[in-house]
Design a protein around this ligand. Structure first.
Ligand SMILES: Nc1nc2c(ncn2[C@@H]2O[C@H](COP(=O)(O)OP(=O)(O)OP(=O)(O)O)[C@@H](O)[C@H]2O)c(=O)[nH]1
Ligand SMILES: [Mg+2]
Length: 468
C-alpha cells in the first residue's frame, strides 16, 4: 500500500483555494497561500502521513490559464471516446515542447503519474457566480477519464453554491461544499469517505487512513495533556529567592523580584504553548510584546474565574480539599476578598499572611522573608491554579480549530480569548475534588508519578469532552 498510496491532484482556476485545501488536509504550515492569483507556479506532491506512514498523497497545482486553447488542441486531434485520455497525455508531451501551456502542463502531469490511483479534486469558489467559460476546464478533466470530485469552497459566501452544484453535477460524480479554512476534523474525514466512493481500489487504504488519523488525533490529546501537566507542575512549584544584604534592599528589590517571578511563569506557559503548537504543526509566534500582554492577562485576577472555576465552585472544592485557611479568611470578609485570603493562605501557610496584607499590590503578598532571603512563590492561589489549567485548555482549542489553510496570521500567544470554556463541566464532582487536591499537593511538593498520571488523565478527560 505504501508504494502506491491513493493520489489526488487538486486543480481549478487560480486563487480558488487549491493550496488551502492541500494545506488543511496535509496539515502543512509552510505551503504558500496568498490572495495573489498565480501563487502556485509548479506542481508539488505532499504526503498525508502519520509517523512515517504515507496514507495518501495530494498534488498542489497551478490554476488553469488557457483551458479553451487546450480544449481546442484536444478536439483537433479528433479522438473517439476511448482515445481521449491518451490524447490528453499526448497534449502534455506537446505542451512540454512549447512554452505556451506551462500551467496546464504542470496541472495535468500529476494526473497521469500513476494512472491506477490518481484522482482529481476540482476546486471552485462558491461566492463567485458560475460562468460557462470554465466549461473547457470541465471537459478537459472529463477527457482524462480519472475519478473526479468537485469541491465548492465558499470563500466569501455561499451565494452561488446551488448554481455550482447544478453545473458541476454534470461532470463530477461527487460534488461537496468544503471550506478549507473552517472544515473540522469530521468534515475532513468525510472527504475521505467521498474518495472511497469514487474508486473501489482506494477503500482499504483510505479506511486505514481514517483509522490512523483518528488514532493520531487521540495521541495528540495524550501528548498535549502531558505537556500541560508538566507546565502546571513547574509553575506551581516555582519559587525564587533573593538574599538580603541590607534591610533597605527589600523595598527596592521586591518589585524587580516580582517582575522576574511573573516573567518566569509566563515563559513556562509560553514554552508549553510552543510545544503544543509543534504537536499540532502550527507556527506559534512569541514576541516580547505578546509575552508582555500575556503576562498582564495571566495575572489579571478579574479573568481567573472565567478561565477556571467560578467562585462558588472554588469555595466548595477548596474547602473540601482542605485549602481551609485562605477560604476561611475570605468567607469572613465576603467574596471580594476571596483572592486576598487565598493568596496569603496558600503561600505563607498562615503566620505570615496577615503581616503580608499591608502591601497594596496583592501579588506582593507572595513575597515574604525567610531568614535572610526574600522569597516569592510558589503561588498558592487556587483561582490562579484553575485559571492556568483553563488557559491551556482554551489555547489547545484555538490550536485545534485552526486549520493549516489559515496560516496568514500566525497564532499569537495572546490570541487566547478570555471566555468561559466550561471545562469543569466535563468532570464529575469527585474528579473536580481530585483535581483540587492534586493542585494543592503540588504547591507543597513535586507530584509523585502516580499523581502526575492522575492529573494527566483528568486533563485527557477534559480535552476529550472538548471534542479535540
Ligand atoms: N476566507 C476564506 N479565504 C479563503 C478560503 N480558501 C482560500 N481562501 C483565500 O483565498 C486566497 C487564495 O487561496 P489559495 O489557497 O492560495 O488559492 P490557490 O487556488 O492555491 O491559488 P493559486 O496558487 O494562485 O492558483 C488566499 O488568500 C486564501 O487565504 C476560504 O475557505 N475562506
Ligand atoms: Mg496555490
Amino acid at each position: 500500500m505504501n508504494n502506491h498510496p491513493p493520489t489526488f491532484a487538486v486543480v481549478g482556476q487560480p486563487n480558488k483555494g487549491k493550496s488551502s485545501v492541500v494545506a488543511t488536509l496535509a496539515r502543512l504550515s509552510d505551503i504558500e497561500i496568498s490572495a495573489r492569483s498565480g501563487t502556485t507556479q509548479k506542481s508539488d506532491g505532499f504526503d498525508v502521513k502519520t509517523n512515517d506512514n504515507v496514507l495518501y498523497r495530494l498534488y498542489d497545482t497551478p490554476g488553469f490559464q488557457r483551458a479553451r486553447q487546450v480544449m481546442h488542441w484536444l478536439s483537433s486531434q479528433n479522438p473517439d471516446a476511448s482515445q481521449r485520455a491518451q490524447t490528453v497525455q499526448d497534449f502534455i508531451q506537446y505542451a512540454k515542447s512549447t512554452d505556451q501551456f506551462h500551467d496546464e502542463c504542470e496541472l495535468l502531469t500529476p494526473i497521469f503519474l500513476d494512472k491506477s490511483s490518481t484522482g482529481i479534486i476540482y476546486v471552485v469558489d462558491g461566492s463567485c457566480e458560475y460562468h460557462p467559460s470554465i466549461e473547457a476546464e470541465l471537459e478537459i478533466l472529463q477527457w482524462t477519464g480519472q475519478p473526479r470530485m468537485a469541491l465548492i469552497n465558499p470563500i466569501e459566501s455561499d451565494e452561488f453554491v446551488e448554481q455550482w452544484k447544478q453545473a458541476l453535477g454534470q461532470y463530477f460524480s461527487i460534488v461537496r461544499v468544503f471550506n478549507p479554512v473552517s472544515a473540522n476534523f469530521d468534515e475532513q474525514m468525510q472527504l475521505l469517505d467521498g474518495f472511497m466512493q469514487l474508486e473501489g481500489n482506494w477503500q482499504g487504504a483510505l479506511q486505514n487512513a481514517k483509522t490512523q488519523l483518528k488514532a493520531e488525533k487521540q495521541s495528540l490529546v495524550t501528548l498535549s495533556s502531558y505537556q500541560i501537566t508538566l507546565m502546571i507542575e513547574q509553575v506551581l512549584r516555582l519559587q525564587i529567592k533573593l538574599p538580603i544584604v541590607h534591610e533597605s534592599m527589600i523595598e527596592t528589590e521586591k518589585n524587580a523580584l516580582l517582575a522576574k517571578f511573573k516573567k518566569q511563569i509566563i515563559e513556562l506557559e509560553s514554552n508549553c504553548f510552543l510545544q503544543l503548537g509543534l504537536l499540532f504543526k502550527h507556527h506559534i509566534q512569541i514576541s516580547s510584546e505578546a509575552i508582555q500582554m500575556d503576562t498582564d492577562a495571566l495575572f489579571d485576577k478579574e479573568q481567573w474565574f472565567l478561565w477556571g472555576l467560578n467562585q462558588t465552585q472554588l469555595v466548595k472544592y477548596s474547602a473540601m480539599a482542605g485549602f481551609t485557611l485562605g477560604a476561611a479568611i475570605d468567607l469572613s470578609v465576603g467574596g471580594a476578598s476571596l483572592l486576598l485570603g487565598a493568596i496569603s493562605g496558600g503561600v505563607v501557610g498562615g503566620v505570615g499572611s496577615l503581616a503580608a496584607m499591608k502591601y497594596s499590590d496583592k501579588w506582593l503578598k507572595d513575597i515574604h522573608l525567610v531568614g535572610e532571603k526574600i522569597v516569592i512563590g510558589p503561588i498558592g492561589n487556587q483561582a490562579f491554579m484553575f485559571a492556568l489549567l483553563g488557559r491551556s485548555i482554551s489555547f489547545l482549542n484555538t490550536l485545534n480549530k485552526r486549520n493549516h489553510a489559515n496560516q496568514n496570521n500566525q497564532i499569537a500567544i495572546n490570541d487566547i480569548e478570555v471566555k468561559a470554556t466550561n471545562w469543569s463541566k466535563s468532570l464529575s464532582s469527585k474528579q473536580l475534588l481530585e483535581l483540587t487536591k492534586l493542585l494543592k499537593v503540588v504547591n507543597k511538593r513535586a507530584w509523585k508519578l502516580s499523581e502526575q498520571s492522575k492529573m494527566q488523565s483528568l486533563i485527557v478527560k477534559i480535552l476529550d469532552s472538548q471534542s479535540l
